[in-house]
Write a protein that binds this ligand. Sequence first.
Ligand code: GLN
Length: 302
Amino acid sequence: MQQLLNEILDEVRPLIGQGKVASYIPALSCVSADQLGIAVYSNDGEMYYAGDGLTPFSIQSISKVFSLVQAIQHSGEDIWQRLGHEPSGQPFNSLVQLEFERGVPRNPFINAGALVICDINQSRFAAPSLSMRDFARRLSGNSHVVSDEVVARSEYQHRARNAAMAYLMQSFGNFHNDVEAVLHSYFHHCAIRMSCADLALAFSFLANNGVSPHSGERVLTPRQAKQVNAIMATSGLYDEAGNFAYRVGLPGKSGVGGGIVAVVPGRFTVCVWSPELNEAGNSLAGMAALEKLSQRIGWSIF
Ligand code: GLN
């Protein structure tokens, strides 16, 4: 495995230069583009990593999985009264369906859906940003996980689009808390910094029927874990979810920080990171690395 990870990074490194680091959040554009990391964690507790696999980066939309899991933990199936679990076929920050569908987002992984999930969590936690940070710390077993205040502030200053979505949902009665307070929590979740190794550990419960193999904590029931994997497989990469299923064939979740986490149910979790993104806002070299890995090991769930 170790040799394979080194080889794959060498093979995809030449792709660096063909994508673009996210710049619509100014603080993210300062990240140097030549970083490339990978980590694989097996259900029996083996961790393998290569390149910059231990360097923390902005997890961005990968945090939407943690928010969804928190919401499922306290509210179960009730959350589906507020949003759907259908793929959107639209970019992550699209507003168009929201107007037609009366403020009910298609799924929890597009921004509108993640904002509704944050609104649900805002009603349950006294300090949502701290609850999320502590959840990420527990899932990864890393007590040093923090949210980057500079990135969170930068996102808040450039919040127009996310704010527009939240206010539109409020106008349809599908937003219950103060919009600015929920945006504040949402940006702090997105600004959490974790490494590939942290994320591989943190997602391992999804490869292990809902139980974290490293801590023994039951995070979700087996059925709930299967459901979260299903939503990742159908919506985790937005309008590129079909392409990701075709090329990689695993439940996955990406973020505009350049990370992608994928789950091999029953066996492994893997995280790749390369900051340059393709047109759909997913890591360009990261996708290629996962495709090679899944092909060489025969990992596809299909
Ligand atoms: N914080 C980013 C946003 O709200 C997350 C987007 C992403 O990672 N796809 O736009």
